[in-house]
Design a protein around this ligand. Structure first.
Ligand code: PGA
Length: 254
């Protein structure tokens, strides 16, 4: 596929996989995807598997991501994980503001922007997630919601930091539901997000930023989604938990 920006496909394993299962999965992915150079590949295991997966992918084309991190660097924050700790395992990316965290942990745009700045201070690239609920879409306020999330979650980033930031557009109604946004619906929102970023920063930065689509991406719909001009990759949940599904998504996107 001839794309303006290099595609970035990331697997968000969520709260799945023991260490043994994680190693099984990543060994399979290494085997299946060893020759892929056209697409940047990332896996985001749970914290408990980062160390082992990190060692396993050391000299492969797969990079490591985490699913969250603290906005603080050190101290009395029980249960939290700091960027410096992720760095120990060569974590390059961190998913921030996923809709599940916005919903269950009540993460706000302001908190996501603090976390994004903390990630950049450790040279970890944030994958900042945004997306509307079904109710919001049906009330016709999708752009207002997503535009607000983009402005709030990227607030305070410098141009250099924005250049090292990835966005994931994930309509909440498409996550884990089997309902994918149509390629046209997704493209429309990706173009809107790029325009919003151009307004906050400038056209050049907006042209370079990679915007992933997430929400029930599977081998069967990957090609059509990835062929949209403003879709620069995928954040894959359910289908990233099996070697066959994830590697077929990647292969169908080349
Ligand atoms: P899904 O999840 O692919 O299972 O819909 C996507 C995500 O939550 O990142």
């Amino acid at each position: 596929m001839d794309k303006e920006r290099k595609l970035l496909i990331a697997g968000n394993w969520k709260m799945n996989k023991t260490v043994a299962e994680a190693l099984d999965l990543v060994r399979g992915l290494k085997r299946e995807l060893a020759n892929v150079k056209e697409i940047d590949l990332v896996v985001c295991p749970p914290y408990t598997a980062l160390s082992d997966v990190s060692r396993e992918i050391l000299d492969s084309n797969i990079r490591l991501g985490a699913q969250n991190m603290s906005e603080n660097n050190v101290g009395a924050f029980t249960g939290e994980i700091a960027g410096v700790m992720l760095k120990e395992f060569s974590v390059r990316y961190v998913i921030l503001g996923h809709s599940e965290r916005r919903q269950y942990q009540k993460e706000s745009d302001e908190l996501v922007s603090e976390k994004a700045r903390a990630a950049h201070s450790m040279s970890i690239k944030p994958i900042v997630c945004v997306g509307e609920t079904l109710e919001q879409r049906e009330s016709g306020i999708t752009e207002e919601i997503v535009g607000g999330q983009i402005k709030g979650s990227l607030a305070g980033l410098t141009a250099e930091q924005m250049d090292e930031t990835v966005i994931a557009y994930e309509p909440v109604w498409a996550i884990g539901t089997g309902k994918t946004a149509t390629a046209e619906q997704a493209q429309e929102m990706h173009a809107f997000i790029r325009k919003t970023i151009a307004g906050m920063f400038d056209d050049q930065i907006a042209k370079r930023v990679r915007i992933q689509y997430g929400g029930s991406v599977k081998p069967a719909n990957a090609r059509e989604l990835m062929s949209q001009p403003d879709i620069d990759g995928a954040l894959v949940g359910g289908a990233s938990l099996e070697v066959r599904n994830f590697s077929d998504i990647v292969k169908n996107s080349i």
